[in-house]
Design a binder for this molecule. Structure first.
Ligand SMILES: O=P(O)(O)OC[C@@H](O)[C@H]1O[C@@H](OP(=O)(O)O)[C@@H](O)[C@@H](O)[C@@H]1O
Ligand SMILES: [Mg+2]
Ligand SMILES: [Zn+2]
Length: 185
């Protein structure tokens, strides 16, 4: 089974320094949902791993986060895309949890849930360094997109070894689906 792990804000939808606090503030990045549909058609299970410290900060509650994700699922369905699962960390940095990226807790949980070893080069796509670090620790192949905070992340540098950089999720998917399939020897 093919699996890909996506960051949410700045990869699937536009991000905001003021957080995405309501369904109205959730706006898909052009082409991102269609890219997820292409992944589905190519046999990928698509899973989201997102930090949502806005919960701990009291900017929005769990019910609102669920409403945001309901909107994301419905918007995906409209273009024939399906997000198989959304893993989120509701904690603040000083909660010292195991799930907040750059820790790899969510990635390990995803690997267990989907019974996939991430060390087989499961791709992970993010716009922040912590997304790529978390995935890299778990064994994923890191892809940086320049949407969201991606440009700033590229400028700051320090990317995990082997990180590939693309303009957006659609470009990552184009690359992944064009890659020659390793022929069985
Ligand atoms: O990109 P993902 O992981 O899907 O979600 C990021 C969001 O939870 C928010 O994460 C915050 O970081 P802090 O949690 O304050 O460090 C800020 O970067 C916000 O701009 C951003 O909207
Ligand atoms: Mg992000
Ligand atoms: Zn957490």
């Amino acid at each position: 089974m093919k699996l890909i792990i996506l960051d949410r804000d700045g990869v699937i939808n536009h991000d905001s320094d003021a957080f995405i606090k309501s369904p109205d503030e959730w706006v898909p990045i052009k082409g991102s949902l269609e890219a997820i549909a292409r992944l589905n058609q190519a046999g990928y299970r698509v899973v989201v791993a997102t930090n949502q410290s806005g919960i701990a900060r009291g900017l929005f509650d769990m019910q609102t986060l669920m409403a945001i994700h309901q909107k994301m699922h419905e918007a995906a369905q409209l273009v024939g895309a399906e997000i198989d699962a959304i893993f989120f960390c509701p904690h603040a940095a000083d909660d010292n949890c195991d799930c907040r990226k750059p820790k790899a807790g969510m990635f390990h949980d995803i690997g267990k849930r989907f019974e996939v070893s991430l060390r087989g080069g499961v791709p992970t796509v993010g716009d922040s360094l912590r997304d790529l670090q978390a995935g890299f620790i778990a064994g994923c192949a890191p892809y940086l997109v320049l949407t969201g905070k991606g440009e700033k992340t590229r400028e700051k540098g320090g990317l995990p070894p082997g990180t590939l950089i693309f303009p957006d999720l659609a470009a990552v998917v184009e690359f992944l689906l064009k890659k020659p399939v390793e022929l069985a020897v």
